[in-house]
Design a protein around this ligand. Structure first.
Ligand code: SAH
Ligand code: TYD
Length: 407
């Protein structure tokens, strides 16, 4: 069996689950593309030395992030509110007036627009040109590049050092994370801060939200693993704040070593992580068993409903749904279509299992008996919007947070 070395500390990493062949999670496609669809082995391992959970095989970044990238940040109103608050949190931390704020993975400008509006010097780094273009058209300074240490050098030469280096749902996408952190280390002013957030491993383990595992998510962070990673670059984790977004995320606040007071939150979270067993192999073996049970339960519910000749539709063609449909073998025999509000996904088919993706109106105009809630992380926003569906007897099928249930 091939040996894998940890992306972070180079120790040998043990696989704890393999999902088999998987397509690109955001690779919604048309019929004529079915034949040449790309697949890779989705395998996950845990490094018992530095505690980083990680993919073992990676997809080339250009295959995931390009001019037809299907994820547009601004599709959720809840996320728009969240990023306004994130920007406000950063502004409250500002110590001087002439700050420079850089954001990695700035997408359509959902967060940076708040800095642009206040005429704060800012720069977005966003390699997917279609989403970057939206930001640029809205007057947000953006470069269409993959951030790494070389790009950091370029930014220093052209714009100078930064006060805040921000990121949301992007650091965990990057298998060449050492180059990114090395770049941030160079870029940050002495009192500068790296503030980023990503889905939190503790939530994934507790909620059995294995749909967070797909090609784009190379790394699954915890306080323990982030502390280890940034220490290797002379940086220090100074605070961590839990977020409700994406089914449970963690915001990490990091500075140069010995430049900031370390908040008590770090000790608190480290203790919780020890209790949850995030540093132990047996936790991940248990997670695998829980994932296998979740799959069995979801498939058996869908097969039972199918036998009753009831209609089932998927709600939101999230990238996460690609893991669920492919791993569980759910195709258009079990789910009629997936409704989604993103124009670029509509009229296409879901990656791998080729379920038609249809405009939201097709759900609204002809309610099914059941809807599988693929965007369970936006459940508050969706429940508020779908009162009529529920009033008419429509039921939700959910798998995360575990257990699988109908409500
Ligand atoms: N921050 C946004 C977008 C998250 S999706 C949000 O939270 O909604 C991840 C984004 O990171 C994509 O737009 C992708 O193109 C971008 N990305 C991926 N690798 C990157 C890299 N090395 N540097 C900068 N952006 C990157
Ligand atoms: P998200 O969970 O952010 O996706 P991902 O798993 O890709 O990170 O959900 C975004 C997708 O969900 C996007 O395709 C739009 C769709 N969506 C709807 O169709 N309706 C909704 O009410 C919401 C909130 C999202």
């Amino acid at each position: 069996m091939k040996q894998y070395n940890c992306l972070i500390c180079k120790s040998v990493v043990k696989e704890f689950i393999s999902f088999g062949k998987m397509p690109i999670a955001n690779g919604f496609l048309s019929k004529d593309q079915f034949k040449k669809e790309y697949f890779f082995n989705l395998r996950v391992g845990f490094c018992s030395k530095c505690a980083m959970v990680q993919l073992l095989e990676f997809v080339d970044r250009e295959k995931m992030f390009h001019e037809n990238y299907a994820f547009y940040s601004s599709t959720s109103t809840q996320m728009a509110i969240h990023f306004k608050e994130f920007a406000n949190d950063v502004m409250r931390r500002s110590i001087n007036k002439d700050q420079f704020v850089v954001e990695i993975g700035s997408n359509d400008g959902i967060m940076l627009k708040h800095f642009a509006e206040k005429e704060i010097k800012h720069l977005g780094i966003e390699p997917s040109s279609n989403v970057a273009k939206i930001a640029i058209d809205n007057g947000i300074n953006t470069i269409t590049e993959f951030f790494d240490e070389k790009v950091a050098d370029k930014i220093i030469r052209k714009y100078g050092k930064v006060d805040f280096f921000l990121g949301a749902n992007v650091m965990c996408h990057i298998s060449y994370i050492h180059s990114v952190i090395a770049g941030v280390k160079k870029l940050l002013k002495p009192k500068g801060l790296l503030i980023f957030e990503d889905p939190y491993l503790g939530d994934i383990v507790e909620k059995i939200s294995y749909d967070q595992i797909y090609d784009e998510h190379s790394l699954f962070f915890s306080i323990t693993s982030i502390r280890n990673l940034v220490r290797m670059h002379g940086l220090e984790l100074v605070d961590a704040i839990h977020q409700e977004t994406h089914g449970g995320s963690m915001r990490y606040i990091i500075g140069h070593k010995d430049e900031h007071k370390i908040k008590s939150s770090i000790t608190k979270w480290l203790l919780r992580e020890r209790k949850l067993g995030l540093g132990e192999t047996k936790t991940y073996n248990k997670l695998r068993k829980n994932i296998e049970k979740s799959r069995k339960d979801l498939v058996s519910i869908l097969v039972k409903i199918k036998k009753q000749n009831k209609r089932v539709v998927g709600y939101a063609a999230t990238s996460k749904s690609t893991t669920i449909t492919n791993y569980c073998g759910i195709d258009s025999n079990l789910i009629e279509f997936i409704s989604d509000t993103t124009p670029i996904k509509q009229g296409k088919f879901s990656p791998g299992t080729h379920i038609p993706v249809k405009p939201y109106e097709e759900f609204k105009d002809n309610y099914p008996d059941y809807a599988v809630l693929f965007a369970w992380n936006h459940s508050k926003e969706i429940m508020a919007k779908e009162k009529e569906f529920m009033k008419k007897g429509g039921k939700w099928i959910t798998f995360a947070p575990a257990p699988v249930k109908i409500s």
